[in-house]
Write a protein that binds this ligand. Structure first.
Ligand code: GLY
Ligand code: MN
Ligand code: MN
Length: 479
């Protein structure tokens, strides 16, 4: 990335991110550019995340009282040379502040008061607004002013340039690490205490409130539309292959949400046996299955995570139907195990019980089903590969820094949202399965919220049973 300061420009201009092919800016142009702009600053309506974020900050301050807690949102990351990835704020930062602008840092003070140190839009008194490719309003778009940010977030906001003095102040300071290298460098690490901050920031997100559940439901609804778009466009899918689906779903995600929550996995044929197949370079071939694992991330960053495995022809072959039905039954057993008080791993154990028996019935296991299911063996996992559930929220694999005692070894509670996503994967070169199974991958994944008396499937609008999948495909593709 080239960073230049044009010596011909007005000295008051801070270092601006320009490119070697940008034109020189003579003083006359610079001076003329700085004049004649309307003042458009003003308070904004409060964001729906302002009130919940305030409650979350209180909970965080209560968990670690009397300390300064620093949660950066991160900055731009280079994709290639001077081209950045689209900015997406760190999840914990956005959760506790509501802020989604780049380069901001949330500081919860020992008193419990919070300040967002933010990079606001540049004034029109320097060249930055029309020359800086990253922060200039005429290049990258208008950033909010401090007034706009503070009014919409219900949070005191100060200029990011004030942060170094604040961080240099005395007192215990914990930092959420590996989000912003500038902040990591500014505050000496205390690994144990910093990890504790990350853990608590994760654990406080485990239970979702009604507003969050609404956001997740909306993400699932948009995801349903994205799956439907793809099936409606089956002629192009057959012509162009996996990437047509990837692109079709991406359009829906960008049109209705913030983005995709993770790179879409579109696995035609044996690509379905690669768990995170995101190359999506393959064809969609009649007679085969295609696995679609895709999720829309909404405007407040809550994401869906949904998988369907579809017969390319619109109807399953008898073998495909048998295998699909086995995964479907495993998923049904897994979903049925989700209820308050049940262990987090109950869904996994229920689903694996079904799959292991199915694999035994297929004659694939080298030992009895009981032996295969024994925790010291698990040989059936050659064909199931992964866990059945993870928490879901603003991160697709949400709350990842939570302690095992609060997550994988804990009991489910109302408001938790987890996936149930068993799969069967027969690799194309697996000599231990009959040839007809090789290259088949099937996963079914739904987003399940724990309710007071059981669970609710947020992604139930997408059909799952083999019959319902076939009917749905026929309706959408007009066959
Ligand atoms: N989409 C990634 C996963 O299902 O965990
Ligand atoms: Mn998942
Ligand atoms: Mn998934």
């Amino acid at each position: 990335m080239s960073e230049t300061q044009d010596t011909q420009s007005t000295p008051a201009t801070p270092t601006v991110k320009t490119e070697t092919h940008d034109p020189a800016v003579p003083e006359a142009w610079s001076a003329f550019m700085r004049q004649g702009w309307a003042d458009r600053d003003g308070a904004l309506p409060q964001s729906p995340v302002a009130a919940p974020a305030a409650r979350r900050r209180s909970a965080l301050a209560e968990a670690l009282p009397g300390e300064r807690l620093v949660l950066p949102g991160g900055g731009y990351k280079v994709r290639a040379y001077d081209t950045n990835y689209r900015f997406r704020a760190d999840t914990a930062h956005a959760y506790f502040s509501g802020n989604q602008t780049s380069d901001a840092v949330l500081v919860v003070e020992p008193s419990g008061e919070s300040v967002l140190y933010a990079r606001p839009r540049s004034g029109r008194d320097t060249d930055e607004f029309f020359r800086d490719r990253e922060y200039g309003a005429l290049w990258a778009g208008e950033r909010p002013s401090l007034l706009e940010l503070s009014s919409s977030l219900g949070l005191e906001c100060r200029h990011i340039d004030e942060l170094p003095d604040r961080l240099a102040g005395s007192g215990k300071t914990r930092v959420l690490r590996d989000v912003d290298p500038r902040i990591d460098a500014a505050v000496p690490a205390d690994d144990e205490r910093d990890r504790e901050l990350a853990r608590i920031a994760s654990e406080l997100r485990l239970v979702k409130d009604d507003w969050e559940l609404g956001e997740l439901a909306a993400a699932c609804d948009a995801t349903t539309l994205g799956f439907e778009d793809s099936v409606r466009d089956w002629a192009n899918v057959l012509t162009y292959g996996e990437r047509w689906i990837e692109g079709t779903f991406f359009r829906r995600a960008r049109a209705m949400g913030n983005d995709i929550g993770y790179d879409s996995i579109v696995g035609g044929g044996s690509h379905a046996t690669t768990l995170h197949w995101i190359d999506n370079t393959g064809p969609i071939t009649p007679g085969q299955l295609v696995l679609l694992d895709m999720g829309v991330e909404g405007h407040h960053l809550y994401t869906a995570d949904v998988t369907r495995t579809l017969p390319v022809d619109g109807t399953f072959t008898p073998l495909q139907r048998d295998l699909y039905t086995l995964v479907f039954q495993a998923q049904e057993a897994g979903i049925a195990a989700v209820r308050p008080g049940a262990p987090f791993l109950a869904a996994h154990h229920a689903a694996m019980e079904v799959l292991a028996h199915g694999l035994g019935d297929l004659g694939l296991l080298p030992v009895s089903v009981e032996e295969a299911l024994d925790p010291s063996s698990k040989v059936y996992s050659r064909w199931t590969l992964h866990g059945t559930s993870h928490m879901l929220g603003m991160d697709v694999h949400d709350c990842g820094a939570a302690a095992p005692e609060a997550y994988t070894q804990a009991q489910l509670a109302p408001g938790m949202v987890l996936t149930v996503e068993p799969g069967l994967y027969f690799q194309a070169d697996d000599l231990l399965v009959p040839e007809e199974l090789r290259g088949i991958g099937i996963r079914i994944e739904d987003d399940i919220v724990v309710t007071d008396d059981g669970n609710r499937n947020l992604s139930e609008a997408l059909p799952r049973s083999p019959e319902a999948v076939e009917t749905w495909m026929a309706e959408l593709s007009g066959r």
